[in-house]
Design a protein around this ligand. Structure first.
Ligand code: PRP
Ligand code: ZN
Length: 294
């Protein structure tokens, strides 16, 4: 029998697929994808990547077809798979695919608050999340379920309002709609199966998770190097954004100054550099970080 492989489900095509593939590429896995492939074999680790519809990803993980998945929190939550005991567990947010599920109405419609939705028909592909919002706000409205192209519902007189994902807002604008309520904030998360895995597969999974951690942790992280007068050291280390404990090293031929190296987990802005300089730092270098293992 051939060795078992770890299976990871990602979206085949749509908003999340480019980001999912880009993230996988940054983990350093070697793979080739043909044009119509449903499955991609990783060459240097026993991992298969399955390209599936986003609605199926979490269910595949829960039902045993896959061990890991990259899925929108919106879909996970709509299907109730974010609840305990459903066979799926969120490991971590992946830092991309941010969007919000919003209620939108035609631009010309007056809107003062959720109460204005009473008696309305609202078209959506997320009936559960919408119903939860309506219940929480004590609004009695009719949820009209559509599998896609929700934004055309008002023009078709199928509904007076819609509840759909908004990322740039371009779709709403193109359809003469304005967002009036935020129902759910979403981003892509990594989910894992809660069932016990074959020890070899579990080991591959843990190795993959460490790589994902390394990739996600480096997002926005920078390596800062600077020279600091010894007496300004406390003020300067205080200014380093999200740095933990920096490395302090002697500078050849200087007894009054030291070199400071630090990994900053937060964005380093020009303002930060200006403040460091004002505090006495010099020769400040900010370098990108490619990989990290903590
Ligand atoms: C979502 C949503 C809107 C669009 C919003 O669709 O349903 O159509 O993205 O994005 P925007 O605010 O940047 O315009 P998605 O791409 O998930 O495809 P689908 O509607 O076919 O599911
Ligand atoms: Zn859409």
């Amino acid at each position: 029998m051939t060795a078992q492989r770890l299976r990871i489900a990602i979206q085949s095509k749509g908003r999340l697929s480019d980001g999912s593939l880009a993230l996988l590429e940054r983990t350093g896995l070697k793979f080739r994808r043909g044009r119509d492939n449903l499955l991609m074999r990783v060459e240097d680790m026993p991992i298969d990547v399955l390209f599936v519809r986003d609605d199926d990803i979490a269910h595949f993980v829960a039902d045993g077809a896959c061990e890991l998945g990259f899925v929108g929190l919106d879909t996970l939550s709509e299907d109730g798979l974010d609840q305990p005991g459903r066979g799926v567990e969120v490991v971590r947010p992946l830092g991309f695919g941010h969007c919000a599920l919003k209620i939108a109405v035609p631009n010309g419609m007056a809107y003062a608050g959720a109460g204005d939705l009473a008696g309305a028909r609202i078209a959506t592909s997320f009936p559960n999340l919408l119903q939860r919002f309506l219940d929480a706000n004590g609004v009695a409205a009719t949820v009209v379920e559509m599998s896609g192209s929700v934004e055309v519902a008002p023009r078709l007189h199928v509904a007076q309002a819609i509840c759909d994902l908004v990322s740039t807002g371009a779709t709403l604008e193109a359809n003469g709609l304005k967002a009036v309520e935020t129902v759910f904030e979403s981003e892509v998360v990594l989910v894992r199966a809660t069932r016990e895995l074959d020890p070899d597969v579990a080991a591959v999974r843990d190795r993959f998770l460490r790589r994902i951690d390394g990739v996600v942790a480096t997002k926005g992280a920078k390596y800062i190097m600077l020279n600091a007068p010894k007496d300004a050291l406390p003020a300067i280390t205080e200014l380093l954004p999200g740095a933990g404990s920096p490395t302090i090293m002697p500078l050849a031929g200087r007894s009054d100054a030291v070199a400071v190296h630090a990994v900053c987990q937060e964005s380093v802005f020009w303002e930060t550099l200006e403040r460091l300089k004002a505090a006495g730092a010099s020769a400040i270098l900010v370098l990108p970080i490619e990989k990290m293992m903590l």
